[in-house]
Design a binder for this molecule. Sequence first.
Ligand SMILES: [Zn+2]
Length: 294
Amino acid sequence: MHTASLSPYFIDRVSHVREDNVWIQAQLHGATARLIAVHQSSVLCHNHDHRRPCFLSHAQATAAPETLVFLGQVDGIAYFTLSIQTSKDADQLCRTHQANFQAYAASAPMLESEYCELLSLACFSSYWHSRHHFCGSCSSATKMSSAGHMRVCTSTNCAQQYFPSMDPAVIVLIEHADKCLLGRQAHWPEAMYSTLAGFVEPGETIEAAVAREVNEEVGIQVEGIRYHSSQAWLFPNSLMLGFNAKATNSELHLDANEIESAAWFTRDQIRATPQMLPNQKSISYALIQDWLHR
Ligand SMILES: [Zn+2]
């Protein structure tokens, strides 16, 4: 298995066979199939090790087909999301398998990195389906299709198709005279700083979003905006697009509604206080590390 959370390719989504129900069923009933049980954005994990998801076989799951979504394959093993609808069913699973449901968002930093992509996709999938039971066009019920990769309106007059979507967000490391700009929000862990980020607005290019967010949050103008890398932050549902940029001014004017504090840091300052940095699996951490080693 890959271990780097920013690896470009981990799950083989085999999207060309999602429509082949015979193939999907063969995978589901195969001896190695793994079902990830999700209940209200929490993942079934072992009691004796909260960092290890408790994968189920199809025989153990006794699941209704409409609660199963095919996620893809990893090393030839097929993974599915199993959405657990009721607390009663969730409790039953916990008792049967000596397991408990762990909130994904809270446990992600502790999870072994090879599981993060799978589990975030499983939680996203379960969440998206739970909120798209009805057609936004004609209000009829929708049903799952294409092994869970879309929903279709059940009204034959409408038949509107719905696909899962993500919100693009930008995150940027800004530098000026051998310093980089980091900020923090009031609800973050004490003394943690990170690169600036914000959502792309409709009709806006991602480069314009970088310049606008930075100007709104700290009153800085930027130039030389360069793409760095991206990271799917599936829960709730954003795609983080990472950038580097250079500031043309250095005097900060903070928007107190968006940011608690921000400051220019030297490489030595950051190296001396590594505890100030965000989660090592985050794109923000990767942006900062690349700058430190430049
Ligand atoms: Zn409809």
